[in-house]
Design a protein around this ligand. Sequence first.
Ligand code: SAH
Length: 245
Amino acid sequence: MSKVYLTGAGPGDTELLTMKAHRVITQADVIIYDRLANPKILEMTKSGCEFVYVGKEDGRHTLPQDEINEVIYQNALKHNIVVRLKGGDPFVFGRGGEEGVYLQERGIVFEIIPGITSAVSVPAYAGIPVTHRGVAVSFRVVTGHESPNKEVSQIPWENFKTDDTIVFLMGLHNLEKISSKLQEIGKPKDYPCAVISRGTTKEQSVAIGTLENIVQRAKGLLTPALIIVGHVVELREQLQWFEKN
Ligand code: SAH
């Protein structure tokens, strides 16, 4: 009986893979993966394991999602242990839900293996806690893929006036628009902001600034990258650790 494992690969550092993810990766007959997964993970597979690349970058799909769904389904008809590997957590902007629904509708048995999401772990490796007593009592994880200038926005920008931490994923190409939009809704221009590129890997690079100067400071940073906005960013001064090791 074949089974599909919709598996989170974590943010990049292979040691942030869960034990469960590691187990199914070592047992897999086929791995269907995208760009975000650290390629070293593919070296953990047994001999004879097949690989299918369906990569996507910043929300731009190499393969449209419905084709990816079909690729997973077709592999489930051929193989026993199918691992669909995704960066971070499969249900945090990972479209794992859509893949699960597609399989459920076709009678394919699946399991979800949550992963460590970049939304929390990448700031942690930059020494930025997403919540902190007296600084931020909640955090939001928002898509940065949608342009803030879009006429009918799905993003409730007006709700972002509070001091809660905001993490934007897939937003590097919209950084300028996002920082202007946040100032437009009333955040001061010296409000703390950071961009973290390739977090948890040896290429990790961090730009610290304000809504006013972050575009300048983040110049040249590569994807994948996330944007974090809030006073928690100031804690990096004391909590920075990764670059010191
Ligand atoms: N499911 C993933 C997110 C998919 S959206 C998760 O839970 O992490 C892809 C976005 O995640 C990227 O555009 C970027 O904003 C962020 N991201 C993923 N890995 C990252 C990394 N190592 N460093 C910085 N940002 C990362």
